[in-house]
Design a protein. Structure first.
Ligand SMILES: Cc1cc2nc3c(=O)[nH]c(=O)nc-3n(C[C@H](O)[C@H](O)[C@H](O)COP(=O)(O)O)c2cc1C
Length: 413
């Protein structure tokens, strides 16, 4: 697993000592932990113990001038791959639910643009109190994720729900997240028509190696797929974009996996499931060289005819017919040079998807690499022709169409 940066906020609960074990586990796995202690937490564990384990400064004070000079509180909240609160006290949960920011921990939690995972720990009555339950419901609908609490004997002598999840379980949840579990949305993106939805998009070409210097590819620029990912994120979705090699920046607010080959793309898509919607906009190479030559093939007559091709995995058909994780809506793209609609209708049936976005790539202005696109929406219900538009407009219109198709698909499921 790649090393990640985790901002660990330690709340003032009796279970704070377990945060020390969590830091050890994370460090053993190669992750870099930066810790924040609330004033109450420092009554339970010392900054010295925490800092010795993280090997870093421990942040405690919102108004520390040196902190602001070295690393301001906004930067601290953003310079991480994930924010973890363990133990998350009833007090921190309440502050988060109400958007309070009157100390370093709560200010960081309000300022972060990263996913947030809470590991609550408190007395069983505090946990079941209607105020805490209201706050938890609010945070869940805000997209905050939780691990635990667990049931068991409590330090206060009572029994029930409220024990901090074991550090090993917290670590497992964190690593699941980094392995592609996108069920925790990014904060601040939950007010659109697709909020709470996971949209998985593929984009760009794939590159299939022949030898160390040559590959099979195509003219796809990724502009349309990237525009769709950005439009879905703007509509409030949690978006995973699996991108082949393109000369485009990653769209903001989108979690991007960069791949080269069709097989890598298939694996990344499988890893990113489950999703509510899958949009296969990538131009995946149908074939690859049967074997990649370890050395550059020489320019001689015998090599010229020696390239044997084998078929790549069919990602769209694979997702459409997925045994356990078929998204409610599966959308394919068909780039055709002739008989566009007939080919798209055949593709719709062959792949088992719900919608094909078809375009004529032989058209003047060329959809491949260009900034505009002329598409036809082909589904079991018929064909809808859209006029030529910029790829951004096609993306926005497609996301709007998908939103209503998804609602219809779920109603009839
Ligand atoms: C001995 C002791 C143990 C406590 N344990 C917890 C606990 O497990 N969970 C919790 O939510 N609050 C617990 N509290 C109460 C918090 O420390 C208190 O609400 C504090 O304001 C939390 O501050 P913080 O949320 O900024 O860390 C405990 C208090 C004491 C004195």
């Amino acid at each position: 697993m790649q090393s990640k940066r985790i901002l660990l906020i330690i709340g003032g609960g009796i279970a704070a000592y377990k945060a020390l074990l969590l830091i050890r586990l994370l460090a053993k796995r190669g992750h870099k932990v930066r810790a924040v202690l609330t004033p109450a937490a420092s009554q339970f564990v010392t900054a010295l113990s925490v800092g010795s384990l993280t090997g870093d400064k421990v942040y405690q004070d919102l108004f520390s001038l040196t902190d602001e000079a070295e690393m301001g509180h906004i930067e601290l909240s953003r310079d991480a791959d994930l924010v973890v609160v363990a133990p998350a006290t009833s007090d921190l949960i309440a502050k988060m639910a109400h958007g309070l920011a009157n100390d370093l921990a709560s200010t960081l939690l309000l300022a972060t643009d990263k996913r947030v995972l809470l590991a609550p720990a408190m007395n069983v009555r505090m946990w079941h109190h209607p105020a805490t339950q209201r706050n938890l419901a609010q945070l869940k609908s805000d997209g905050v994720a939780f691990v635990g609490p667990e049931k068991g004997d409590m330090a206060c002598g009572e029994y029930g729900l409220g024990r901090l999840a074991e550090p090993e379980s917290i670590l497992a949840r964190i690593e699941k997240l980094f392995a592609g579990d996108t069920s925790i949305p990014l904060p601040g993106r939950r007010d659109g028509a697709l909020s709470g939805r996971h949209v998985l998009v593929t984009s760009g070409p794939t590159r299939e190696p022949i030898d160390p210097v040559r590959y099979i590819a195509n003219r796809s620029s990724g502009k349309q797929g990237h525009a769709i990912a950005a439009a879905a994120a703007a509509a409030g979705a949690t978006v995973t974009l699996v991108s082949g090699p393109v000369a485009l920046a990653d769209p903001p607010g989108v979690s991007v996996r960069h791949v080269e080959t069709a097989r890598e793309m298939a694996a990344a898509v499988e890893q990113a499931l489950p999703a509510d919607v899958f949009i296969a906009a990538a131009a995946v190479a149908d074939w690859r060289a049967a074997s990649e030559q370890p050395e550059k093939i020489k320019k001689d007559a015998s090599a010229a005819g020696a390239l044997t091709l084998v078929e790549n995995p069919d990602i769209l058909a694979g997702v459409s017919r997925h045994a356990s994780k078929r998204p409610a809506l599966v959308v394919g793209f068909a780039a055709e040079t002739n008989d566009v609609i007939a080919h798209a209708q055949a593709k719709l049936a062959r792949k088992g998807c719900d919608l094909i976005v078809a375009n004529d790539v032989s058209a003047a202005g060329g959809a491949m690499g260009g900034d505009s696109n002329t598409v036809h929406l082909v589904s079991a219900g018929g064909v809808v022709d859209w006029p030529t538009m910029s790829k951004d407009k096609v993306a926005a219109k497609l996301v709007a169409a998908i939103t209503s198709l998804l609602a219809r698909a779920e109603r009839s499921a």
